[in-house]
Design a protein around this ligand. Structure first.
Ligand SMILES: NC(=O)c1ccc[n+]([C@@H]2O[C@H](COP(=O)([O-])OP(=O)(O)OC[C@H]3O[C@@H](n4cnc5c(N)ncnc54)[C@H](O)[C@@H]3O)[C@@H](O)[C@H]2O)c1
Length: 320
């Protein structure tokens, strides 16, 4: 198969590229390298069936058109994300995340591409819904705009994608991804797992924002890649929004303790108020766990890698 991945130098995009190359597919990755880096592609950059095109995919270049026109699968993973990044650049987040998605959808339609497309959405759209199903009502708090650009860009992407499915007849699945982690994840501040593991290995303090009692789930990227692939293999997934993540919960304070223990570290754990961390009054989501019933019904698949296993493999890889 011919695979196109936008954001192909990013964490999930590069993992998808490796997965498909191992299956014998050919992969073209498009990435502006605004946050991803070529190091994530080091093991595949010389692969005869892999190619990286460095470009902003908000621009519908002939290369992007040609690649999407002849693709069998397109994964749209490019986005600006990460709480600190989004708070620093709300306008860029909104405009680029919306424009890049629209470019991909428009090319799909204009080139009459027969590709199956997955557009990465996020569980951030729920903003605090617990065990949310895909049909949950999405609310937008008036006036409280600072935490909304990333979330709103994903909601707009979802509506845009569904419109293209129903008005233009393209094939598109919209996975709502929820806290992904694993080997190869980059370490900007705010992406908890690799950041804390590196700090713990160096014996530096682990900063936990808020009380640390907030519950989170973390899904191994290997499960995500498998889930995305299966969704695109499933005819019935066309036009569907589907949660994809892990159901195994842990509080952030317990996660910090677990990482400390696995790294044999003497790091202190510090609780940092949100105002100090983000510079704004921050509304924290105290519990967020995806409901995976629809994923399992459509694909027969449920992410299975345990958090302990994910942590161990990450600690081993960063300790090298
Ligand atoms: N990682 C998670 O926990 C998580 C959770 C929910 C949703 N998602 C979504 O999954 C997708 C992939 O996330 P990730 O963790 O791999 O992020 P990432 O930051 O590692 O990768 C995103 C990539 O997109 C590229 N990019 C951004 N804007 C671009 C543009 N206009 N043109 C070309 N390239 C551009 C970046 O350079 C980067 O390499 C994103 O859409 C993200 O919103 C991720």
């Amino acid at each position: 198969m011919r695979i196109v991945i936008t954001g192909g130098a990013g964490f999930i995009g590069s993992s998808l590229a490796k997965f498909h190359l191992e299956r014998g597919d050919s992969v073209i990755a498009f990435d502006s390298l605004i946050s991803g880096g070529k190091q994530s592609l080091a093991t595949i950059s010389e692969h005869p069936h892999f190619c990286l095109v460095e470009q902003d995919i908000c621009r519908p270049t002939p290369e992007l058109r040609e690649a999407i026109a002849s693709a069998d699968r397109v994964y749209h993973m490019a986005a600006i994300l990460g709480q600190h990044v989004v708070l620093r650049d709300p306008i860029g987040t909104l405009s680029q995340n919306i424009a890049s998605c629209e470019t991909v959808l428009r090319i799909m339609d204009e080139e009459k591409s027969k590709a199956r497309l997955a557009i990465a959405s996020s569980s951030a759209v729920y903003f605090g819904e617990l065990f949310a199903t895909e049909e949950a009502l999405l609310t937008i708090p008036s006036g409280e705009w600072k935490q909304q650009p990333y979330r709103l860009s994903k909601i707009i992407n979802e509506v845009m994608a569904l419109s293209y499915v129903h008005e233009k007849g393209i094939f598109c699945v919209i996975p709502r991804l929820s806290n992904i982690t694993g080997i190869g994840q980059n370490t900007p501040k705010g992406i908890i797992m690799p950041h804390w593991i590196k700090k713990a290995i160096k014996g530096e303090p682990l900063q936990v924002y808020g009380t640390g009692q907030q519950l989170r789930t973390f899904c191994n990227v290997r499960d995500i890649v498998q889930g995305l692939h299966l969704l695109l293999e499933t005819d019935r997934a066309n036009g569907e929004i589907v949660n994809l993540g892990s159901e195994e919960e842990i509080s952030l304070i317990d996660l910090a303790r677990k990482i400390k223990a696995l790294c044999n570290s003497h790091s202190r754990i510090e609780l940092i108020p949100y105002k100090q961390a983000y510079g704004i009054e921050y509304t924290e989501i105290m519990r967020a766990r995806p409901n995976l019933a629809k994923l399992e019904k459509l694909t027969g698949f449920r992410p299975a890698v345990k958090l302990e296993e994910t942590l161990k493999e990450m600690v081993d890889s960063y300790a090298l």
